[in-house]
Unconditional design. Structure first.
Lengths: 84, 168
């Protein structure tokens, strides 16, 4: 992450209200879903963004893109034929 | 430590926000809304273009679409859906989930159909959105809504920040 971005993100974090338990819960969900990995280093938790979750999500969205193109084309021809 | 977690959460949320989150389509048919509605709600007609299902236009009803498995997506071939909204001849919304099998859910989303009556036919609008990966622990299931709301809040803060720095 660029230094410039990290300043922006940090200031957003400062302005973003979220309770400690809520953040903890959400981080666990994101970890389970494959978006981040968490490592305990001494007393600190280090979080790294993982590509896995994003890639998986992108694959599904790409699939549905093609899926709907195909299905809606079928619906269009089906109903167009009915008017002939 | 909380600061670190919050920053990570915001990074992930922003990255997700920048991904394409919605699929939109608009079609026009010369048929009446009644006829188009039937192709969205009667299983025998739905099967001709969409997929085989046990759909019923009843809010809260849980049904399935049967399709072919796709190993590359870890998809077992079944879409698990729950009817969320029914406004006859106008709007139909259902949740749309899928996963690796035996009812394990991995992807969650919402499909929304809107029918607009036009002078010479019907306009059909599809919106497939709300895509999220689901951690398989049921106690976290309720977080999806909150997460989406947070995504919008964070994106708004980011936009405000950018606006602030571009003003002379």
């Amino acid at each position: 992450m660029l230094a410039k971005d990290s300043l922006t993100i940090n200031s957003i974090a400062d302005n973003f209200e979220m309770s400690r338990p809520a953040v903890s819960k959400h981080i666990k969900v994101l970890c389970g879903a494959g978006f981040i990995s968490i490592k305990d280093v001494g007393r600190e938790r280090h979080c790294t963004l993982k590509q896995d979750g994003f890639n998986e999500l992108q694959k599904w969205i790409n699939f549905f893109d093609k899926f709907w193109n195909t299905k809606l084309n079928k619906l269009q021809s089906l109903l167009n034929q009915k008017t002939k | 430590m909380l600061g670190n977690l919050k920053v990570t959460y915001i990074c992930v949320t922003l990255k997700l926000h920048n991904m394409k989150q919605e699929i939109n389509h608009t079609l026009f048919f010369t048929q009446s809304p009644q006829e188009v509605w039937e192709y969205l709600t009667i299983p025998e007609l739905m099967e001709q273009w969409l997929m085989k299902s046990d759909f019923k236009p009843i809010v809260g009803y849980q049904f399935q679409f049967n399709s072919k498995p796709i190993p590359q997506l870890d998809f077992d071939g079944t879409f698990y859906c729950t009817v969320l909204e029914v406004v006859p001849l106008k709007k139909l919304t259902y949740s749309w989930k899928s996963g690796p099998g035996e009812r394990n859910i991995r992807i969650d989303s919402i499909v929304e159909w809107v029918l607009n009556a036009k002078e010479n036919g019907t306009e059909l609008v599809l919106k497939h959105s709300g895509f999220s990966l689901v951690d398989n622990l049921p106690m976290y299931a309720g977080l999806n809504d909150g997460w989406l709301k947070n995504m919008h809040k964070i994106a708004a803060l980011l936009n405000k920040k950018h606006d602030g720095t571009t003003k002379a």
